[in-house]
Design a protein around this ligand. Structure first.
Ligand code: ZN
Ligand code: ZN
Length: 379
């Protein structure tokens, strides 16, 4: 996600109008993906990049919610909403390709015949309270499943499976490609049997002989108390189905914790600011301060200075390791009254006249306070 510039407009990438239908989105992506297939277009060294771009555009526009977010807020809106394309980290391009075309991906996602299923990544957004308590969240995602109709073998039930006529059972073909250095022979996965070496006499009507199909899945994720923004939960075996009995890939749930306007998190501590009027800071008071669970009262001692930090133990975030809760650190923001009435103004003036050096002396000079503040900022 450390891309310097924002990605292109997905409508532009897929060559679609803003009001394109779901079918048109799908059709356009299929067409583009076919064009960019390296076996078709071996001369374009950027085919993979372009395919990625098309796949990202498809992932945005094929999901109604994401598409609506993009339409209103653009790429930035998708990012701040916690959505990041799946493709960079997990190599799921191969599986997306697979779901559309069957067979082996030209992008190295899988190799002939073997193939554990690929991993899938989804983002899950929760708020700070949910992060503190832990939560069970239902997520929906798209993954490749084994076809139930043919049990994954690609043949219509009750029909025979035969040696592939195209590759003679090898699962591979030799093809000649023209390159700037002359003709090159290379081995590709057989496009008829997709590497199996065997084909169904009558392909399964449900999956068109692929044995696998893309489908929506939902499952409930157990998010542990204390999880931090950006952490991943791995659900083993919940990714794309593998080929012919090979194990499934994993599902990675990227947890995004929404920013809370009251608290800033630092490790297991929470930091909040509390406004205290200057007169109260001078005489002292017991005040309510917000916590994740409601409020708690804290004692402001007489003479509390601006920027002083009061620590309330046990009201921070629970530690992921041992569940022990951190502290709530309350920064006292002393508010000097403004827009005084004439009576208030008179009171302040009378108060001021009574003040002595003893009242105004501080333990720390203004300059050293400033230095401390700047150090904090730098750290
Ligand atoms: Zn099937
Ligand atoms: Zn074959």
């Amino acid at each position: 996600m450390s891309r310097a510039s924002l990605p292109r407009d997905p409508y532009e990438v897929l060559g679609l109008a803003r009001d394109a239908s779901e079918q048109e989105v799908k059709k356009s992506f299929r067409r583009l993906a076919r064009e960019l297939h390296p076996d078709v277009n071996a001369h374009d060294p950027q085919a993979e990049e372009k395919f990625k771009e098309a796949a990202e555009a498809y992932e945005i526009l094929s999901d109604p919610q994401r598409r609506a977010t993009y339409d209103r807020y653009g790429h930035e809106g998708l990012r701040s909403g916690g959505y990041a394309p799946n493709f960079d980290a997990f190599g799921s391009i191969g599986d997306l390709f697979d779901a559309f075309f069957g067979g082996s991906s030209p992008f190295g996602g899988r190799s002939a015949g073997s193939a554990q299923g690929g991993d899938v990544a989804v983002a899950l957004e929760i708020d700070l309270r949910q992060a503190a308590r832990g939560t069970n969240e239902e997520i929906a995602y798209e993954a490749v499943d084994r076809c139930e109709h043919c049990h994954g073998n690609g043949a219509e039930p009750g029909t025979p499976i035969e040696t592939c006529a195209r590759c003679g059972g090898a699962g591979q073909l030799q093809v000649v490609t023209r390159t700037p250095f002359g003709q090159m022979m290379r081995t590709v996965v057989c496009d008829t049997c997709h590497g199996d070496g065997r084909t169904a006499k009558q392909p399964c009507g449900e999956c068109r002989g692929r044995g696998r199909r893309a489908g929506k899945r939902t499952l409930t994720v157990d998010v542990p108390a204390g999880i931090a923004d950006g952490q991943r939960i791995r659900l083993s075996g919940k990714g794309h189905a593998g080929e012919a009995g090979a194990p499934a890939g994993d599902l990675y749930v990227l947890v995004r914790v929404r920013a809370d306007e009251r608290f800033v998190r630092e490790g297991d501590d929470l930091i909040t600011a509390l406004d205290v009027s200057a007169p109260l800071a001078a005489v002292g008071a017991t005040l309510d301060v917000p916590t994740l669970d409601g409020t708690t009262s804290i004692r402001i001692t007489p003479g509390t200075q601006p920027g002083e930090v009061l620590t309330v133990r046990g009201h921070g975030m629970p530690s992921l390791r041992n569940g022990k809760r951190g502290s709530l650190r309350v920064i006292v923001n002393v508010v000097v009254p403004r827009r005084l009435s004439s009576e208030q103004r008179e009171l302040f003036e009378r108060l001021h006249d009574t003040l002595t050096d003893e009242n105004l002396r501080t333990e720390e000079s203004m300059l050293s306070k400033l230095r401390r503040a700047l150090r904090h900022q730098a750290a």
